[in-house]
Design a binder for this molecule. Structure first.
Ligand code: NAD
Ligand code: ZN
Length: 241
């Protein structure tokens, strides 16, 4: 039994690929980490985009196509329910690039690794804002160029070696939270793997939910082994008292 929240508690939720697994979007490591024989780390980098933008856009186009067919599961919905109860005492940081949290009703959230359904300019010094885009680009000729500078457009995704988005807001929320709920993330991808240690500096209570122990499990006060969609609805009820 998890201790209920008090009116003073502030909850920071971190989610990873595992929260979307029951919706039918595979985790990287679960799907053996390979796409057409390439390691995911080989297509999700700025270098890969520079060398072969067509291949990188094919990878993300496939994922766009798949993401358009899935729906939120009870785990996403339970987190949206917790947000409705806590209002501004709730913050959700997802490493996922899908939109299932929004589709379930979450509003106070940031996508630290970007969004699959957004596109932006590939030139770092160009400042056109990322825009909503669900189109698929399967050949080099189909990849659009920036209306401002002419460079190729790219997915609005934080690739390996790039700095995640919204880190100022995330660090601020980690400083003020009293409870950290971490769901479905392996605990090896930085900086998210260190959030639990940052939250604990101010003695936040840290709970992990997922079918297997994460690599950083020793930093959690509670590890609840189970699937997000099966554990979260009950856990949110317990937390809500
Ligand atoms: P990961 O693939 O490294 O780990 C997934 C974790 O989810 C594992 O710890 C696994 O035990 C757990 N898991 C599996 N099924 C689960 C379930 N039903 N309920 C709860 N947990 C479950 O993923 P990661 O740590 O999030 O990091 C990989 C990166 O890949 C992320 O940064 C993310 O940007 C990206 N990614 C995103 C998506 C998506 O947007 N849906 C999918 C795959 C990968
Ligand atoms: Zn541009």
């Amino acid at each position: 039994m998890t201790q209920p929240l008090t009116s003073q508690d502030r909850v920071f939720v971190l989610t990873g690929a595992g929260v979307s697994a029951e919706s039918g979007l595979p985790t990287f490591r679960g799907a053996d980490g390979l796409w057409r024989g390439h390691r995911v780390e080989e297509v999700a980098t700025p270098q890969a985009f520079h060398a072969n933008p067509e291949l990188v856009w094919q990878f993300y186009s496939e994922r766009r196509k798949r993401a358009a067919t899935v729906s939120p599961n009870p785990g996403h919905r339970a987190l949206a329910e917790l947000e409705r109860a806590l209002d501004e005492r709730f913050f959700l940081c997802t490493q996922n690039v899908d939109s299932l949290h929004e589709q379930a009703g979450s509003q106070r959230l940031v996508h630290m690794h970007g969004r699959l359904m957004q596109t932006r300019c590939s030139r770092e010094t160009c400042h056109i804002a990322p825009f909503d885009d669900e189109r698929l680009y399967l050949s080099r000729a189909e990849i659009p160029t920036c209306p401002q500078c002419g460079a190729l457009l790219r997915p609005h995704i934080c690739w390996f070696g790039e700095v995640p988005f919204a880190m100022d807001r995330i660090f601020e929320q980690l400083r003020v939270c009293t409870v950290l709920l971490t769901v479905g993330t392996s605990g090896v991808v930085e900086p998210a793997a260190s959030f639990v240690r940052m939250a604990r500096i101010n003695r936040a209570r840290a709970i992990y939910i997922g079918p297997e122990e994460p690599a950083n499990s020793k930093f959690f006060d509670e590890v609840v082994l189970g699937k997000a969609g099966e554990v979260l609805p009950g856990l949110v009820k317990e937390l809500s008292g």
